[in-house]
Design a binder for this molecule. Sequence first.
Ligand code: ZN
Length: 119
Amino acid sequence: MCNQVVSLDEYEYWVNDKEGYLACGDCVRLDTDIRDAYLKHLTNNPQCADVIFKEEDLVNLGYTRCDKDFETGLYEFQDDDPESILENAKAQLDDDEFIFRIDATSPFDIRYNLFSKKV
Ligand SMILES: [Zn+2]
């Protein structure tokens, strides 16, 4: 991994706490070991979401985007909860693993999707 200096504004980086390195978006996309560690970290993890891959990238990696879009934010209707989203998804597709992907963020809300993959 490059451990390069990244701009936090760019928002495209991943800190691997377990192995103690920081990978930029290119490292995650291009280095298969880092990519696999990154995806493993995200799998079935309601605390973290992908910010590096495009939707097409995930589809090419074998993931399927679940139909529903989710929002968490300041407005009352923006009350989706990743923990329960994941629990429900697991209950419906118990052979699959899941990752969250962030679609858009603003200071007031965050929009995201869930992707599934057969194990
Ligand atoms: Zn890098």
